[in-house]
Ligand binder design. Structure first.
Ligand SMILES: C[S@@+](CC[C@H](N)C(=O)[O-])C[C@H]1O[C@@H](n2cnc3c(N)ncnc32)[C@H](O)[C@@H]1O
Length: 355
């Protein structure tokens, strides 16, 4: 199973702003150049210290475009001081030599977003310059001594580019290629209908990843954020699906990972579009530690029920048993929280739905 999923990973994802130099057609946060809202640095610095005390190990800064968050380097430096590793997810276009040198001192891994080969990348990003700009920024950071990786958004089109992306990553000296399925959220809902990977696409991605990892060995780590049914039984705990009574006094990182902070300072389990009413609350009202305590008393049981429902759904026989866990939990959450009728089956992307 993908090492980047579930309990034990200990990732804090921060989206400090929705400001972006691009307006990608698939953007789950609908980030854009006109968006200006950003979280004050001191709010995030306190959250990062609390997160470290709660057992989180990695701060990952995304957005919006993290390079447009003015105090980015200070935020990353605070995370390092608190004992966290640091990473950013970026479109790379705003990294020149000066910013590369600055970032190389405070970022343990910079992940550059890829949406497929250059034409597809530019199309998804709505800019003829996105590809060239990404390459330029990536090389500037790498040449300044920064460690680099790539994140490929998996769609029914980009699945054909996985081998190409792995070769690019290896040739450019990347440590990691992460492959993450497109989610139907934000702008993707209206602008990329039908592009969410089908279960056949997830199966193809799985085969490609397995073959490439065998060939590339330790040259490049490939992480595919897809769960395959055969591995469910050994990952019951990682997917929060064990029936044991949870220890609610455990550090928050053992109870929820990833943990997300949005640009409005809302703290949410798992992902950016987790329903706010079922989340932890706002950092403008209480500390991360306090929000965590309230969450385990109030909303944690719904989270666990959704994870267990998702697990049962994924355990059902299926001709292509490959799943985007986040999506399955999201659907299960709608049922468990009463937004959808209890008899509704989790809307898995099954093979016979393939249009
Ligand atoms: C929202 S962007 C923000 C960071 C930065 N501006 C960038 O482009 O990398 C973070 C990552 O999420 C990916 N992404 C955006 N919308 C998505 C969606 N609907 N489903 C899956 N991944 C998505 C992007 O391709 C990018 O790799």
């Amino acid at each position: 199973m993908a090492e980047s999923i579930g309990r034990g990973v200990g990732i804090l994802h921060v989206h400090p702003t929705r400001g972006c130099n691009l307006q990608c057609v698939h953007c789950y946060s609908e980030s854009a150049p006109a968006e200006k809202l950003a979280i004050p640095l001191d709010v995030l610095q306190r959250a990062v210290v609390d997160a470290a005390a709660e057992g989180y190990k990695v701060l990952s800064v995304s957005g919006g475009e993290p390079l447009l968050y003015k105090p980015l380097s200070r935020l990353l430096a605070s995370a390092l001081d608190a004992g966290l590793s640091t990473s950013i997810v970026t479109n790379g276009m705003l990294i020149d030599r000066r910013r590369a040198a600055e970032l190389a001192r405070v970022v343990d891994l910079a992940a550059f977003s890829l949406d497929g080969r250059p034409d597809l990348h530019n199309e998804m990003r709505g800019s003829r310059h996105a590809w060239e700009g990404m390459l330029r920024g990536m090389r500037a950071l790498r040449d300044a001594g920064g460690k680099i990786g790539f994140v490929l958004t998996l769609t029914n089109r980009s699945v054909a580019d996985i081998g190409w992306a792995a070769a690019l990553a290896r040739d450019e000296g990347a440590r990691l290629l992460q492959i993450h399925p497109l989610e139907q959220s934000g702008r993707a809902v209206s602008q990329l209908r039908g592009e969410e990977p089908s279960s056949e696409t997830l199966a193809l991605a799985w085969l490609a990843k397995t073959a490439l990892q065998g060939r590339l060995g330790s040259e490049l780590e490939i992480q595919l954020d897809v769960v395959e049914a055969d591995q469910l039984s050994t990952n019951v705990c990682a997917l929060y699906a064990d029936e044991a009574e949870p220890n609610l006094n455990a550090p928050l990182a053992e109870l929820i990972s990833p943990l997300v902070i949005t640009e409005t300072a809302e703290v949410l389990p798992l992902q950016y579009d987790y329903p706010q009413s079922l989340g932890l609350g706002s950092l403008h009202n209480a500390s991360l530690k306090e929000l965590g305590r309230r969450f385990v008393q109030k909303n944690y049981s719904v989270f666990l029920r959704a994870c267990r429902r998702a697990f049962r759904e994924m355990s059902e026989p299926s001709p292509f048993p490959f799943y985007n866990w986040y999506r399955v939990v999201d659907a299960a959450l709608k049922v468990e929280s009463g937004c959808e009728p209890a008899e509704a089956r989790v809307a898995l992307p099954v093979w016979n739905n393939f249009a």
